[in-house]
Design a protein around this ligand. Structure first.
Ligand code: AQP
Length: 343
């Protein structure tokens, strides 16, 4: 992140990223996003992190569960180490400028661009005529999330790379169509050993909040026994662990467990394999379970503590929304002026 953030640009480096409150947080969200957000916080670059509830409703959400998941997500951000005094932490729907800029970008983005998005194809599936218009337009709103703050760097997991590339296309087209150099062309920041944490049941599928199988993921709120049980039951192959990363090729489930271990323990895959190479999974899985419990249970306990008094979270969100609007309002105003809106 440090290296990427130092890239020279006419725009002041600023980091933006978001997570959907579309269910309970997973180990994938933690390693692919939250843990990396925390690492960025102390680099001195202004960082803005969002709960993207408007993205969550692109597929139907039970209203009570959505509200609860939004509070839990905020608690998860803080419990993972994000400090609302250092980073701006807010909920998307509390900053109406996201939807307003999103509309402008709906008019810049092309249908063909959206149709190529793999997330759209995966989520809409064969029944795309019945998917929401919001799900189709999701990447234009995501572009608005990022560009509303003139963010230059977007830490994400692998799965969101294509959406950040589309954000770049939207910024480029807007600047070109109106003959301005108004929006930065943001960089996706995809670093580390856990940019794509896979399902524990199928090494070809991403670990996801909305996977119907709870055994496929580790939830941040799982208790120690559940974490250990899920890791014990995780799919593997019959071979032992290799001593070098090359030996994990064509072994997606084995690679996934080693990647998770490396990310949790802040080691490289080679360092992990230097220690565990030659071991069987029957020996490695308990090591992984112990490490996962050691790292995740303090987060879960802190989330429980924060959730006991949601008025504290309300106050953090109100402050974050005000800080976000201070940056967003002039940028939206200038956008409207550029496109010729009176006001
Ligand atoms: N399995 C993963 N590995 C690495 N990173 C991941 N992220 C999500 N899953 C993994 C990263 O977490 C951030 C927030 O993602 P999101 O929750 O907003 O949306 P998503 O990527 O669609 O995550 P899910 O869990 O799959 O949600 P649902 O099931 O609701 O669609 C992003 O940076 C993402 O890359």
């Amino acid at each position: 992140m440090n290296e990427a953030v130092q890239t020279s640009s006419a725009f002041t480096p600023r980091v933006f990223s978001g997570i959907q409150p579309s269910g309970g947080l997973t180990l994938g969200n933690y390693l692919g996003a939250m843990k990396r957000f925390v690492d960025t916080q102390d680099t001195g670059v202004q960082s803005i992190y969002c709960m993207v509830d408007q993205h969550a409703i692109t597929v139907w959400q039970d209203p009570e569960k959505l509200r609860h998941a939004t509070y839990e997500l905020c608690a998860g951000y803080i419990a993972s180490g994000l400090d609302p005094e250092k980073s701006i932490l807010f909920n998307q729907s509390q900053v109406p400028e996201h939807a307003q800029l999103g509309w402008v970008f709906n008019c810049v983005a092309r249908m063909g661009w959206m149709q190529r998005m793999t997330q759209w194809k995966d989520k809409a599936g064969k029944n795309s005529q019945n998917a929401s218009l919001g799900l189709f337009a999701y990447p234009a709103l995501m572009a608005a999330d990022i560009l509303l703050y003139h963010a230059t760097h977007v830490p994400v997991g692998e799965d969101q790379k294509q959406h950040v590339e589309l954000t770049r296309d939207i910024a480029t087209k807007f600047n070109h169509d109106y003959g301005v150099d108004f929006f930065p062309i943001p960089e996706p920041v995809i670093e580390g050993t856990a940019t794509r944490v896979m399902s524990l049941r199928d090494g070809s599928k991403k670990m996801s909040k909305s996977d119907p199988s709870d055994a496929s993921r580790i939830n941040l709120r799982d208790d120690s026994d559940t974490i250990a049980k899920k890791i014990r039951k995780a799919k593997t192959d019959p071979e032992g662990l290799p001593s070098e990363a090359k030996g994990l090729e064509d072994r997606p489930e084995a690679r996934n467990l080693v990647n998770i271990y490396a990310a949790l323990n802040e080691q490289s895959v080679d360092q992990v394999l230097a220690d565990v190479g030659g071991k069987q999974f029957s020996e490695f899985k308990p090591m992984l379970a112990e490490l996962a419990v050691e790292k995740l249970s303090p987060i879960s306990s802190e989330m429980t503590r924060l959730m006991a008094d949601t008025s504290q979270i309300d106050a953090i969100l109100a402050k974050g929304a005000a800080q976000a609007r201070d940056i967003a309002t002039p940028i939206l105003k200038e956008t409207y002026k550029i496109v010729g809106m009176v006001g």
